[in-house]
Ligand binder design. Structure first.
Ligand SMILES: *[C@@H]1O[C@H](CO)[C@@H](O)[C@H](O)[C@H]1NC(C)=O
Ligand SMILES: *[C@@H]1O[C@H](CO)[C@@H](O)[C@H](O)[C@H]1NC(C)=O
Ligand SMILES: *[C@@H]1O[C@H](CO)[C@@H](O)[C@H](O)[C@H]1NC(C)=O
Ligand SMILES: *[C@@H]1O[C@H](CO)[C@@H](O)[C@H](O)[C@H]1NC(C)=O
Length: 372
């Protein structure tokens, strides 16, 4: 085995004559669609839908309803995506955030519908309507929350572009314009916040690794994985609580979710892009991503025992953290996560931020997907 690895590295060295080829040996080739929804996953879901198997079939019907509704929605692009702090101007914060969130969801739902409906061009074209609107008009973000809200609202725009990467109806000039927008606005915002300490960093890294994949930048992907590994066990304590988020008083459970959602989504992209498995293969003492998920799951169901604040707000199976636990159930083979969400299926999380948006439909999986 060892000898074979050496031979393969040697071969790479000979072929390219460059040292950096060694590093690339761990990054799989870029294929599109990839990142959040690799082709294998799409093929798997398409088969399940064709066989009318549940919960996929109902989840698909729900997706198509969302995609059809998007045809009537106007676009909300802004030249300057300005988002003042919520406590400074709540009206403007919500109005400008909601516009991008609406477009991001619609672009994403339509691009996914394009793949799963047997490549109906009408869905791809609708998705492009939202991507084009932002790519041609938006060139910056501003105010206190501009970077963060761009990072957590924008993933749908990036995933949509990834899904439509090879769509022949996407005119190359428009596509370049869009890729420039991802690089100069979305990725820029994400990278600006990816070294913060709390959930801002998690959204930054998720946005950055998604963009890095779309733009085929393996250095960017490696850098985000490095950042995630560097402070994961500052973020997750030995008992599974997340000190940067549990301190948010009545919203400590929500913020714990709001940190784990982008961390796990970034780890999913990392896993599919490089095979590096931070889900089950990265622990420190007793701490792991799974322990943090179990902690969230337990206290969301038993919020009266939450040690950090009296009567904290909690989520539900049909909303958060249901979407996250649904996505994590197949990765960890967790029956208790399935029990939590089962009655609420199919799940779509369509508001505010985009990490685990279609978790019932787009099933996660470690290793190869079953062929049929
Ligand atoms: C879109 O709007 C048209 C005209 O108001 C309406 O007839 C149609 O049902 C709407 N479609 C959807 C999917 O909402
Ligand atoms: C908040 O923003 C709105 C819309 O731009 C503006 O009309 C309003 O005056 C602002 N309010 C404050 C308190 O700045
Ligand atoms: C790839 O990402 C790295 C790390 O952020 C950056 O320095 C580099 O300029 C990027 N390359 C391209 C071609 O954008
Ligand atoms: C997980 O770690 C083990 C032991 O270090 C290693 O043998 C295995 O290849 C790793 N698996 C993945 C998927 O990274």
């Amino acid at each position: 085995m060892g000898a074979m690895v050496l031979v393969r590295l040697g071969l790479l060295l000979c072929l390219s004559g460059q040292i950096h080829a060694i590093k690339r040996a761990t990054t799989k080739a870029f294929t599109h669609p990839g990142g959040m929804h690799p082709q294998q996953q799409i093929d798997f879901v398409r088969t399940k839908v064709a066989q009318r198997e549940q919960p996929y079939y109902d989840a698909y019907t729900q997706l198509i309803k969302s995609a059809d509704a998007a045809f009537n929605h106007s676009t909300h692009e802004l030249a300057d995506f300005s988002v003042p702090g919520y406590y400074v101007n709540a009206t403007m914060h919500q109005k400008n955030s909601a516009g991008l969130q609406s477009d991001s969801f619609d672009a994403y739902a339509c691009a996914l519908a394009y793949h799963l409906s047997g490549f109906q061009a009408k869905y791809a074209d609708q998705s492009l309507r939202f991507l084009r609107a932002w790519a041609h008009v938006n060139n910056k973000y501003s105010d206190y929350d501009g970077t963060l809200v761009m990072a957590y609202s924008g993933p749908g725009m990036v995933i949509a572009g990834e899904l439509l990467y090879h769509y022949h109806g996407w005119n190359p000039v428009d596509q370049q314009k869009y890729l420039q927008w991802v690089k100069n606005v979305y990725l820029k915002a994400s990278n600006e916040i990816r070294t913060r300490t709390n959930n801002w960093a998690d959204w930054g890294r998720f946005g950055s690794i998604l963009s890095g994949y779309l733009l085929e930048n393996s250095t960017e992907i490696a850098e985000n994985i490095r950042l995630i590994k560097k402070d994961l066990f500052h973020k997750i304590a030995q008992d599974g609580h997340m000190p940067e988020e549990t301190k948010r008083e009545a919203n400590g459970i929500w913020y714990t979710y709001f940190s784990l959602a982008p961390i796990t989504a970034a780890c999913w992209v990392a896993y599919r892009a490089t095979n590096e498995n931070l889900f089950t293969n990265f622990t420190q003492g007793t701490a792991s991503i799974k322990l943090a998920l179990d902690y969230l799951h337990y206290y969301n169901m038993n919020s009266n025992f939450w040690p950090w604040y009296p009567n904290p707000n909690k989520g539900s199976p049909s909303s958060w953290p249901g979407n996250l636990l649904e996505a994590m159930a197949p990765i960890y083979g967790s029956d208790s996560f399935v029990d939590y969400v089962k009655a609420a299926r199919p799940l779509i999380y369509r508001n505010h931020h985009f990490a685990w948006t279609f978790p019932t439909l787009m099933r996660t999986q470690l290793g190869d997907y079953p062929k049929k």
